[in-house]
Design a protein around this ligand. Structure first.
Ligand code: MN
Length: 244
């Protein structure tokens, strides 16, 4: 058993109270990028069991340590012969996929898209995530019809996405919000847009607990959202500095 898996098991055994007291004990160490592995898996900044019962710990572990890691591993394989895909900011590479060599273009689209989407996803979730306030709440009220309508519409869009994909809140440079979906690991970044936040509706995100009940997962997921981070991302979007 790897030390990482052992830590997960220990965290599951010690329970949520201990987990909250030591929120960075799991995945605290980020691997440093190297020339051979320029892409790295961003560590979770909260315990693997932080979102029980809404997202179970096993799903979080498989999702982060295996699914997201696989995108990172594949990118490092592509980067061996194509170091340029790691030399520019992710948003620049995804925004100009036509510049990526054709032989690896689909692979970069899927794996760099997946890396970007999941990096955003882990970031905009967190325990004790609070409530939207300030500028982002004002934008939700004016552009998305208020929190209740926003959540209903977002969940409906995520439910309608056929097969694998994502439901996003897009933010433009003026701060205007809209709800859009993308298939597979596509991201609004590919269209020159930015995702304020998004939810993963691939089955791997919810199947162990929810099986085919995606609408139940979509509803429960709101308990995991970190509004402080989303508020910071909203300010960054308006400043033109929001990345993945
Ligand atoms: Mn996923």
């Amino acid at each position: 058993m790897s030390s990482m898996s052992r830590r997960h098991l220990m965290m599951a055994a010690t329970g949520l109270a201990a987990a909250v007291a030591t929120p960075r004990i799991v995945h605290a160490q980020a691997a440093a990028p190297t020339a051979a592995t320029p892409f790295t898996l961003p560590p979770l900044t909260y315990p693997i069991a932080a979102f029980e019962p809404h997202i179970d710990a096993k799903t979080m572990e498989i999702h982060h340590d295996r699914h997201h890691q696989a995108y990172v591993t594949n990118l490092n394989t592509f980067a061996k012969d194509n170091p340029q895909i790691a030399a520019s900011p992710i948003v620049d590479v995804l925004g100009k996929l036509g510049d990526v060599p054709e032989a690896i273009r689909t692979g970069v689209r899927n794996n760099l898209g997946g890396h970007a989407n999941h990096t955003m996803f882990w970031q905009i979730m967190g325990p004790n995530g609070g409530k939207p306030d300030g500028d982002v709440l004002a934008a939700i009220d004016s552009d998305l019809g208020g929190m209740e309508k926003f959540q209903t519409d977002f969940n409906a869009a995520g439910g309608r996405q056929f097969g694998s994909g994502w439901v996003f809140v897009i933010v433009d440079k003026s701060g205007k919000l809209s709800i859009e979906t993308r298939p597979n690991q596509d991201t609004p970044i590919m269209d020159g847009k930015r995702a304020l936040m998004g939810n993963d509706v691939w089955e791997h995100a919810y199947y162990l607990t929810y099986q085919n009940r995606r609408p139940d997962y979509l509803k429960a997921w709101w308990n995991t959202v970190n509004w402080k981070v989303i508020g910071e991302r909203y300010a960054a979007a308006k400043a033109g500095t929001l990345g993945v």
